[in-house]
Design a protein around this ligand. Sequence first.
Ligand code: URA
Length: 227
Amino acid sequence: MNYGSRKDVKKLLKNGLVTVNGDRVKNGKTHVAPDGDVIMVAGEEVVYVEHIYLMLNKPDGVISATEDHLHDTVLDLLDEEHIHFEPFPVGRLDKDTEGLLLLTNDGQLAHELLSPKKHVPKTYYAKIDGKVTDEDRVYFKKGVTLDDGYVTKPAELTILKNGDGSEIELTITEGKFHQVKRMFEAVGKKVVYLKRISMGPLQLDPNLSPGEYRPLESNEIDLLKGR
Ligand code: URA
């Protein structure tokens, strides 16, 4: 809980700074119940948290995985105080996709957000090489046939800017491989910039620059858990 390494904590114990239910404890082998016992360090109560929830604005060029032989992963962007909770990314964004990526060590929540049965909506902002038309919008609403024959679930396409290059927002409720890029390929257009701006009730914080992250606020965690 951010009191340092095992070695640091042994020092705190040895120096008599740790109490459990009011009794000074010096032995690091002492067993405690995190949700029952009151543990204090230098007079300050230790608040035990099991799960962490981090909102990252994923930058271009990093992999949304916990390990990669060649490239930096999203974990390389985190501070040690968060890494020791062993968070992992909830789903994947392509290496060149930016935007909202949730990192957590709460396997149950991750599972629920990723379950195909839950149809969690994900909204993307994209720049498109080519003119996106109202016909595309209608087609996306019906379902797009991808290169492998798969027909996507209905998707909501909003055209923000239309000209030589277009800007759009697209909401999909599934997560097929390269889905947004392939949906536009199906109508002969190319995604040249892609950024996820929301996932379920969670919106990307506009104050986070690419590469920055912050812990979720408690109301955001409640929203995600449907409370
Ligand atoms: N769709 C894509 O094509 N790429 C992503 O990273 C996310 C959705």
